[in-house]
Design a binder for this molecule. Structure first.
Ligand code: ARG
Length: 456
């Protein structure tokens, strides 16, 4: 069935018809299209464009279609309709005859598609927010479980300063919190109902757009009919959010892949979420993390794709816009799946306390604290920094750590060194002193966890 035809003399070319179709992916919007159609039929009733009985018949028919689709999606997928709007109209007419032909009165697919796409986006955003919160809870759980595990903190992938594993965990809590807030922010801007805008210029019938919006669970209505049918900012915003969210998950994966190497050996991933090699029997690979890192690429691709699609489209609706859906659906699903996988990783991770500590002890992670020691004794930071650099060089040449350098040697560098230096640069003290808000001291971490709990 076609939604047009009167002005055409020739039959459509088959390849063109296939090229033009979107049903294979926009079927996903069936629930939203049925709901908006029910609400539209009520609008038609209020405008006396259909009578009570007709509205009832249309509504009941749509409810039945919804049930049938729920049981068997193939009734849509096996059809050769152009899109989900066409399929629903065809189904309605097939079931209730000519009354069904009234459903389309005054309504354009241009406003219909963006209305139902917005409805779909709102519900998926809410679902993603819940999944992000769930990951945040897992992060807090893990932070508490491994609250005392010391590990090296890196900059430039060089050991920088000691941190607690929980501190590392909490850094991802913050990133995910921003991802969540970005989505909450989008919800505010997306919440304007475009229905009632017509194809471009508005509608000739006396419809109540506010009531229509309210019935479809929107807070407000769009203000310009041309913009209503042309706006896809919300798709761009969601893809932008997904990209940032995936970037965070990818960095998290990269961290864990590194922590999981035989060289670092900080964590172990359970057999439940790792896979083996077909050739090398010793292997236990973190495929799950590599896939998350890899899938980031397709989400970035979608963001670029929609930006390029939209940049040259003249006002108002153009069919180019149909290209918004596959990338949006794919990216949102990818992001959601990856969030669930990260949750699974957090449930199936264990820490190797000894390796974490050994790595800190075998490093110069306390060198900054040796500088701080001298500063506390009155030396300028600049001088102390140079002096400790020399001591580090000496230690490397002797294959020793800073705490193994004898006091009489240290004194050859500065008379300010006393016996108390060893306690000052011990890992415990180094960690304890990082007590600025958000720092790695246990006190701060406990505080951060407590505050974070309130945020989820
Ligand atoms: N499938 C179309 C889309 O996704 C629906 C709107 C079609 N409108 C039109 N005038 N052809 O954008």
């Amino acid at each position: 069935m076609f939604l047009w035809g009167g002005r055409f003399k020739k039959k459509s070319n088959k390849s063109f018809l296939n090229f033009n179709k979107s049903l294979s992916f926009d079927y996903i919007l069936v629930k939203q299209d049925i709901l908006s159609s029910i609400i539209w039929s009520k609008t038609l009733l209020k405008c006396n464009l259909i009578n009570n009985a007709e509205q009832n018949i249309i509504e009941n028919c749509l409810i039945k279609i919804k049930k049938n689709v729920k049981n068997d999606l193939s009734i849509i997928l096996n059809s050769d309709c152009e899109d989900i709007h066409t399929w629903i109209e065809q189904e309605v007419i097939k079931r209730i005859g000519s009354i069904g032909k009234k459903l389309r009165t005054g309504r354009s697919r241009n406003e219909q598609i963006t209305t139902i796409l917005k409805m779909w986006c709102i519900s998926i955003i809410k679902k993603i927010i819940i999944s992000l919160k769930s990951v945040q809870k897992k992060i807090l759980h893990l932070s508490e479980k491994y609250i005392d595990i010391v590990m090296p903190g890196y900059t430039h992938l060089q050991i920088a300063q000691p941190i607690f594993f929980s501190h590392w965990c909490l850094s991802y809590f913050e990133m995910i919190d921003r991802d969540k807030n970005r989505l909450i922010d989008i919800l505010k801007r997306i919440d304007y109902c475009p229905l009632g805008s017509g194809a471009i210029s508005g509608i000739s019938y006396n419809i109540d757009r506010y009531k229509l919006a309210e019935d479809l669970n929107f807070t407000d209505i769009t203000k310009n009919s041309i913009d209503s049918v042309s706006d896809r900012d919300y798709v761009v915003e969601i893809l932008s959010c997904s990209s940032i969210g995936m970037m965070h998950l990818s960095r998290l994966s990269e961290d864990l892949i590194f922590f999981n190497t035989s060289e670092a050996n900080f964590i172990e991933l359970s057999d439940k979420i790792t896979s083996g090699s077909s050739l090398m029997p010793q292997k236990k690979n973190p495929d799950i993390l590599e896939l998350i890192r890899g899938k980031c690429g397709r989400v970035y691709g979608s963001l670029i794709s929609i930006l390029v699609v939209l940049k040259g489209i003249p006002m108002a609706y153009n069919k180019d816009m149909q290209e918004d859906k596959e990338c949006l659906f794919d990216s949102v699903k990818t992001w959601y799946d990856c969030i669930c996988m990260v949750s699974l990783v957090f449930e199936n991770i264990s820490l190797n306390k000894k390796s974490c500590l050994k790595s800190v002890k075998n490093s110069f992670a306390n060198a900054t604290d040796l500088v701080d020691y001298l500063v506390a004794k009155g030396m300028t930071f600049k001088e102390a920094h140079i002096l400790v650099g020399k001591i580090v060089l000496y230690s490397i040449s002797k294959n020793k750590h800073l705490n193994e350098i004898k006091l009489y040697i240290l004194k050859t560098y500065s008379i300010l060194f006393e016996e108390d230096v060893y306690e000052y640069i011990s890992i415990e003290k180094v960690l304890e002193r990082k007590n600025s808000i958000g720092g790695t001291s246990k006190k701060q971490i406990l505080n951060s966890i407590e505050l974070a709990r309130k945020r989820v």
